[in-house]
Design a binder for this molecule. Structure first.
Ligand SMILES: Nc1ncnc2c1ncn2[C@@H]1O[C@H](COP(=O)(O)OP(=O)(O)O)[C@@H](O)[C@H]1O
Ligand SMILES: [Mg+2]
Length: 487
């Protein structure tokens, strides 16, 4: 049998891989993956939109020797089936080339390894001319012409990636400088989220500093871990001797989160859209905001977010695309996840309807009662046995029926539809804010004023302890009794 060696035709293949569909933020994240795999702890992204525009990524990782950098520039530089280091964020041996050339026509890589500097360049215009896989080897004069070169030269180890001729980024833009600025803001948000665990540092993961044009990138934790409840212990799914770790969180109710935190969690709209699994490969966020069709993205689960950690040794079980933007879990994991989902749904519903739950709590007197009616409906009713209602009726028996009429009117005209719309739109409803302590004391004092003996006062105080809203201020009541303010 005869064999023909048939390498791809360079100009066509290189041009066509530009269309894999990277966004600029996904492309930069892919370059940063390489820096992190090279154990970098400082990564600078510098961009300059005017004249000879460029984007540069500089890291202080282990760097590459002259031979290594040649290998790195080859399309398919590592076999995807080769076993990778545990911390390796790469996969197909393509990212450096495809991510870069999806945004620019000229990719230069300069690396320093133990003080030795070397540089290579793919220039698409040159490839079109020579019609070969001709990699340019940069000499020191060539390298001196490159932007940001002064940042890499003093390092013992590190790598500088430069994108020039940003043709894809300028398509259709009238004001390129302004549009690049806006795109880099998106890049910043993307990096804050995707690498939040690296930016924050955690046990077993060294903290990494990233900056865009000198301004630090701040970690955005999608679980708001300090405030959220982890609703159950981490669940471990064993697969082929490797572990997938699943940690479900329920975010605090929206009225308990600050505006800045809401923004970090994806904005008001984002809260709903970004519920779901957050899948990490080697602590790097790969996909988020999806239930993998195991559950609908409903309003009641909007506070649920589930961290799923997978090691890269299970890459072949997951469907992972070149851009690392889609990952679908294997059947076995999906089955386990759907059990977890059931528990989460319940818990998220509870946070969402928290007040409903409190109203049902029978050990306390609530101002509002939630009652199931005989025809299966629900009635919200002002509790006529509540202290404040009862006291008023007792004190002014002559207007008892008027009071009752008023309460019936209030009950009958709750703006339910508008409330529902507002809650769904995550409007902050100010009725919910807690009453300040001075006001509570004032209310208590006015109730005690009507008590004739100290015995009735004591009875009243006992009653208050199990009555809304006073039952939420027990410390305050005790303190006031101790200070002699109440009896
Ligand atoms: N910043 C860097 N520091 C050190 N080595 C790098 C860096 N970027 C790329 N490399 C080397 O180039 C190789 C090819 O990178 P890439 O094309 O992204 O494929 P992959 O990451 O899938 O291996 C990497 O495996 C690594 O050896
Ligand atoms: Mg890579």
């Amino acid at each position: 049998m005869e064999i023909i060696n048939l390498p791809p035709y360079a100009p066509t293949l290189m041009e066509s891989t530009r269309a894999i569909g990277y966004s600029v933020e996904a492309a930069i994240a892919d370059i940063i993956d390489n820096s992190l795999t090279a154990r970098a702890t400082k990564i600078d992204i510098d961009f300059f939109p005017i004249g000879d525009e460029y984007i540069a990524i500089i890291d202080n990782g282990i760097g590459m020797t002259s031979d290594e950098i040649t290998n790195a520039m080859q399309y398919g530089s590592k076999n995807p089936n080769e076993v990778r280091d545990l911390n390796d964020l790469g996969r197909y041996g393509l990212g450096l080339k495809t991510a870069s050339l999806s945004q620019c026509r000229k990719l230069s890589v300069v690396s320093v390894c133990q003080g030795q500097i070397s540089g290579r360049q793919w220039d698409l215009d040159y490839i079109q001319k020579v019609r070969e896989w001709s990699l340019l080897v940069l000499d020191s004069e060539d390298m001196d012409q490159l932007p940001c070169i002064e940042k890499i030269k003093p390092l013992e180890n590190g790598t500088l990636i430069i994108w020039q001729q940003l043709d894809k980024l300028s398509v259709g833009e009238i004001d390129f400088a302004a549009s690049l600025g806006t795109k880099m803001d998106i890049v910043r948000d993307h990096l804050s989220l995707v690498f939040h665990r690296y930016l924050n540092g955690e046990p077993g993961l060294k903290k990494v500093e990233m900056r865009i044009n000198e301004r630090p990138v701040i970690a955005a934790d999608p679980f708001l871990a300090a405030k959220s409840a982890q609703i159950m212990d981490a669940e471990i799914i064993n697969l082929r001797g490797d572990q997938v770790i699943v940690k479900p969180y329920i975010l605090p109710h929206i009225s308990k989160i600050s505006e800045a935190e809401i923004k970090a969690l994806g904005g008001k709209d984002g809260l709903r859209r970004q519920q779901g699994f957050y899948v990490y490969r080697n602590k790097r966020l790969l996909v988020w905001g999806t239930w993998f069709r195991l559950m609908r993205q409903g309003d009641l689960s909007k506070l649920a977010r589930v961290q799923v950690d997978i090691p890269n040794s299970l890459d072949d079980l997951w469907t992972l695309d070149i851009k690392k933007s889609t990952a679908v879990p294997p059947e076995e994991v999906r089955r386990n996840l759907s059990n977890i989902i059931k528990k989460i749904g319940e818990s998220s519903k509870r946070t969402w309807t928290f007040r409903g739950k409190k109203e049902m709590d029978d050990s306390k007197y609530h101002l509002w009662n939630r009652i199931k009616t005989r025809d299966g409906g629900i009635l919200y009713e002002i509790n006529r046995e509540h202290l404040m209602v009862d006291e008023l009726a007792k004190k002014y028996p002559e207007i008892k029926s008027k009071i009752n009429n008023l309460l019936c009117q209030i009950e009958g005209t709750i703006p339910l539809n508008q409330l529902y719309v507002d809650m769904n739109n995550d409007e902050k409803i100010s009725n919910e804010v807690s009453i300040d302590e001075a006001k509570i004391l004032e209310l208590i004092k006015s109730l005690l004023d009507d008590c004739e003996s100290s015995n009735t006062k004591i009875a009243m105080l006992d009653n208050l302890r199990i009555t809304e809203p006073f039952c939420e201020y027990l410390d305050l009541i005790d303190q006031a009794i101790e200070n002699g303010e109440l009896i």
